[in-house]
Design a protein around this ligand. Structure first.
Ligand SMILES: C[S@@+](CC[C@H](N)C(=O)[O-])C[C@H]1O[C@@H](n2cnc3c(N)ncnc32)[C@H](O)[C@@H]1O
Length: 411
């Protein structure tokens, strides 16, 4: 049955929200003020499938990707950029307000740059034994086969073709695969997950494909299949060889923007702790003027950072593997530190924020990819006596609800 709805506003996940029935109904790819035709989705009483836009918003624009509306990768391509940006900034305002956090919020910085430098393609067998390689459909495990993705960095050119070829070679295993491709200075770095143990001839076939597609490196579950060239990325003045599967900011411009904000906000600090440091995009830049203590629980990332720390001209970087959820840095260990930067995963840094709140560190720079856990951790620091300065939102995941934040707190 077709149900006609009027959209009230766009929600925090990018879906239009209709409130007319007294409860929120979510309709993807719609905008405030639009009248739309929808259909029920079995098993999802609060969601509706968009059938047609009857009265379109004046803010609606044509999406630029042919897969938009089917592929789950982008929630918003149909909204004029200025309105989309105001919506994204407003997500931050509303979430901070709900956590009783008063602060000035800077304008959203667009950091899409030349596009995403990393993508994970999923390969699954569809009906009639037909291979599908692409991204997940919205709110579903179905795979939308993709032949191109216009939000990817040109450095990922050829990645989809390679993913299709690798998936085809592994088709006889019948296993669902995740194929992560990263653009590096020396070409594509590809890691395949999900294939399970493979006989030597099949690994040899993968190796031949890596040659044919001129991949810099091919790994399987992080284990080397073939390396033609080290997959290197430049961070400040350093060259970092990426460990397979390690964290990397989504766009080059996103990394540079976040690093620049971190540099400005740590000011003249002489000894900086970079917590949840990854392979060191902040540490390696901070070390041009400060001593750095860097920590992360990923041994591969720490080893890569230790190697890059030898770059001539950098001040000492002490990089250490440490689980900061279980063993956060304690106030006595923070005594010699002038500024702490922390950039946790989406879960946030509850245990570490609690110890920072009890410390005397004069400057804390909080970087986050999740406004909800950011608000929780900042609340703890404020309750511990820190004062929050301007919060800066950064948009490296254009067309999605994801937003990065950088904030400076002082005592
Ligand atoms: C959002 S990333 C930031 C990395 C780095 N700052 C960057 O910009 O590339 C979060 C980092 O937290 C690390 N991490 C996740 N859980 C952790 C834990 N329990 N203890 C320490 N580090 C952790 C991950 O390995 C990852 O490098």
């Amino acid at each position: 049955m077709v149900e006609r709805l009027i959209i009230d506003h766009v929600g925090h996940r990018g879906d239009g929200v209709s409130l007319a029935s007294g409860e929120a109904l979510y309709v993807p790819y719609t905008l405030a003020g639009e009248t739309v035709e929808t259909a029920a989705i079995p098993g999802h009483p609060d969601r509706r499938k968009l059938l047609a836009v009857e009265t379109a918003s004046r803010e609606r624009i044509a999406p630029f990707c042919p897969h938009f509306g089917v592929c789950g990768g982008c929630a918003i391509q149909h909204w004029q950029p200025a309105h989309y940006q105001a919506w994204k900034r407003n997500i931050v305002i509303e979430t901070l307000r709900a956590a009783r956090i008063e602060c000035e919020l800077a304008p959203l910085i667009d950091a899409h740059g030349t596009g995403r430098r990393r993508a994970t393609f999923h390969a699954r067998m569809g009906t009639h034994d037909i291979l599908r390689v692409g991204f997940s459909a919205a709110n579903s495990h179905d795979i939308v086969p993709i032949d191109r993705c216009p939000i990817l960095d040109p450095g990922l050119d050829g990645a989809l073709e390679a993913a299709w070829a690798l998936a085809e070679a592994l088709k006889p295993t019948g296993k669902p695969l995740d194929i992560q491709a990263t653009a590096t200075s020396n070409g594509l770095d590809v890691d395949i997950r999900g294939s399970g143990p493979l006989p030597p001839p099949r690994i040899a076939a993968l190796s031949r494909l890596a040659e044919q597609h001129r991949l810099a490196r091919l790994t399987r579950h992080g284990e080397l299949v073939l390396m033609r060239d080290a997959p290197v990325v430049t961070m400040g003045t350093a060259q970092v060889t990426l460990p397979p599967g390690s964290f990397l900011q989504a766009t080059v411009q996103g990394e540079e923007t976040l690093a620049q904000l971190v540099m400005e906000r740590t000011g003249k600090a002489k000894h900086v702790a970079d917590l949840f440091c990854g392979v060191g995009p902040f540490a390696l830049r901070l070390a041009t003027r400060a001593r750095v203590t860097a920590m992360d629980n990923d041994t591969g990332s720490i080893a890569a950072l230790q190697k890059a720390a030898g770059t001539p001209g950098l001040k000492p970087i002490k990089a250490e593997t440490r689980d900061l959820f279980r063993r956060p840095l304690m106030p006595p260990e923070l005594r010699e530190i002038d500024a702490v930067v922390f950039d946790p995963p989406r879960q946030g840094a509850q245990a570490q924020a609690k110890q920072l709140a009890a410390s005397k560190v004069p400057v804390i720079v909080a970087v986050s990819c999740n406004v909800t856990t950011f608000a929780r951790d900042i609340r703890m620091l404020l309750d511990g006596g820190y004062k929050l300065e301007t919060v800066v939102p950064v948009d490296q995941f254009r067309h999605t609800p994801h937003v990065e934040l950088v904030a400076r707190l002082v005592r």
